[in-house]
Design a protein around this ligand. Structure first.
Ligand SMILES: C[S@@+](CC[C@H](N)C(=O)[O-])C[C@H]1O[C@@H](n2cnc3c(N)ncnc32)[C@H](O)[C@@H]1O
Length: 221
């Protein structure tokens, strides 16, 4: 449902409503992504955002915010991509970015593989935990949304920073409490943590935050 109460009938309507106009080429690719995702979602629970308003106001706005933190031509790992947010959406929005997707659940990884093939995107998909991928490959950044609290994310990335580069994670109003909890468990010692960007998510009381984490002693990436 939109802010004025009437649901958007098309992607273009929702993009206009939430002030996120995009070039026609990108809009068409996003439409192909939505069609593929919603079709697979009939048999596999990948997303609850199955209307244009929710897709734009949640998935697209989050992915745009994250994409805004990436430098030209960077290589990123989307940890726990689920149905492809933010990884597939960033691959569509920013063709300069080399995106790798992973999910620890096989059914989700296979669904993403099918979507990526349908969209003809050059995006590798792994059925693996991100920590395992970081044993073999290096990135400029690991990105994620709705995967785990900071304590777990930092525990998983501990020892992997040379391969992970930096972490950019989308968080809600509780992010500072999550950082406190992580500190309490001693997993923040070797890292710097910053609020890199704050933005409004329609319908949410608190702004969303892109939290950036990188290893101590390294210049802020
Ligand atoms: C709640 S879903 C979020 C999906 C997507 N990022 C989104 O925001 O719509 C979290 C996903 O992370 C995956 N996951 C959890 N821990 C992981 C890890 N260490 N490496 C890779 N995937 C992980 C889960 O299998 C699940 O699909």
């Amino acid at each position: 449902m939109s802010e004025d109460g009437s649901p958007s009938a098309t992607l273009e309507d929702a993009l206009q409503k939430y002030g996120a106009p995009l070039p026609a080429e990108i809009r068409d690719q996003l439409q192909r992504y939505i069609d593929a995702l919603w079709e697979i979602n009939k048999s596999l629970n990948l997303t609850r955002h199955t209307d244009y308003d929710k897709f734009v106001s949640r998935d697209l706005i989050d992915s745009l915010a994250l994409a805004g933190q990436l430098k030209p031509n960077e290589e990123i790992l989307d940890m726990g991509s689920g149905g492809g947010v933010p990884g597939i959406v960033i691959a569509i929005l920013r063709p300069d970015i080399r995106v790798t997707l992973c999910d620890s659940v096989g059914k989700k990884a296979h669904a993403m593989q099918a979507i990526v093939e349908q969209l003809e995107l050059e995006v590798p998909v792994y059925h693996n935990r991100a920590e395992e991928i970081l044993e073999d490959f290096s990135f400029d950044a690991v990105v994620c949304r709705a995967v785990a609290p900071m304590k777990k994310l930092l525990t998983w990335l501990d020892g992997h920073w040379p391969a992970a580069g930096r972490l950019l994670t989308i968080k809600g109003g509780r992010w500072l409490e999550e950082v406190k909890e992580a500190r309490h468990h001693g997993v923040t010692k070797g890292v710097e943590i910053r609020n890199a960007h704050e933005y409004e998510t329609p319908g949410n009381d608190h702004p969303s935050v892109i939290v950036k984490v990188w290893p101590k002693g390294r210049k802020e990436p």
